[in-house]
Design a protein around this ligand. Structure first.
Ligand code: IPD
Length: 268
């Protein structure tokens, strides 16, 4: 119901804000120390885990019966029918986080019976927040989001991202080499949740990526959909690991067909 959904969003925003403060604080404290950690990603892993633990604890304190799927700690106990499953990426954009680039986010979504019904993405470096509830629109700072009005690919700024696997990257690079001549330009900002939110607000015209996990796109995908964008996979498949495309309704089929032509969902 609408009341439950609004309540879930209110909890999500409150809890995600706390997580964002922790992420930001740990980043600030690590300045100057990042290079001396034992591995390249230590600082990130510690912060990811701290934020995830904090968010899970806060969620379960308020709603003890719920389930949580998080990037670091995996899935909690199976969720009863009708119960809420929270989907969390404690720090999306971990490489940006490692380098102190202000494009990293806490992403938190509430799912009921397999459907995402509320979501929030907070850029932890800037404090910018994007929210949506299913049927209730997508919002940033009190403004309702509507996406871009671009209809042709050659006038479109298209964002994408790469996985961490070298063989997948080889394929993604080959696709990009052919796509780049057909678009206004390409952006690789480094955080899928923020890519989706920026597409939702029209700061990017479209976004696509192969290989995303649910925690990368659960909240941002709802925000994009509620801004009126089409979010899907290729050839009628739902958005998922194989491919996620987010674009305004007129642009979606154009980008979709080019991605099919370039076999963007193929490869490892
Ligand atoms: C990654 C980022 C990146 C995307 C990768 C994701 P993480 O998430 O969203 O932009 O290209 O596919 O794995 O590892 O920073 O949480």
């Amino acid at each position: 119901s609408e009341i439950l959904t609004d309540e879930l969003l209110a909890i999500a925003v409150r809890v995600a804000r706390q997580g964002a403060v922790t992420a930001r604080r740990m980043r600030d404290e690590a300045i100057g120390d990042v290079e001396t950690k034992s591995t390249d990603t230590d600082v990130v892993t510690a912060a990811d885990k701290a934020v995830e633990r904090q968010v899970i604890e806060a969620l379960l304190a308020e709603r003890p019966g719920d389930g949580v799927l998080g990037e670091e700690y995996g899935d909690s106990a199976t969720v009863a029918p009708g119960a809420v499953r929270w989907i969390l990426d404690p720090i999306d954009g971990t490489v940006n986080y490692l380098y102190g680039l202000p494009q990293y986010a806490v992403s938190l979504a509430a799912q009921v019976d397999g459907e995402v019904v509320a979501g929030v993405v907070i850029n932890a470096a800037t404090g910018d927040e994007w929210t949506a509830t299913r049927g209730g629109g997508a919002w940033r700072a009190g403004h309702r989001l509507t996406g871009s009005v671009r209809t042709t690919l050659d006038q479109s700024l298209v964002a994408t991202g790469f996985g961490y696997d070298a063989r997948r990257r080889e394929h993604q690079g080959a696709v990009l080499a052919r796509l780049i001549t057909r678009v206004r330009d390409i952006r690789r900002l480094g955080a899928a949740a923020l890519d989706l939110c920026l597409t939702a607000e029209g700061s990017l015209d479209a976004y696509f990526e192969k290989g995303l996990n649910l925690w990368d796109h659960a909240a941002g995908g709802l925000i994009a959909e509620e801004a009126g964008l089409v979010v899907g996979g290729l050839s009628g498949a739902p958005a998922g690991k194989e491919m996620l495309v987010a674009a305004p309704p007129a642009l979606f089929p154009v980008l979709h067909d080019v991605l099919v032509e370039l076999d963007a969902a193929g490869g490892p």
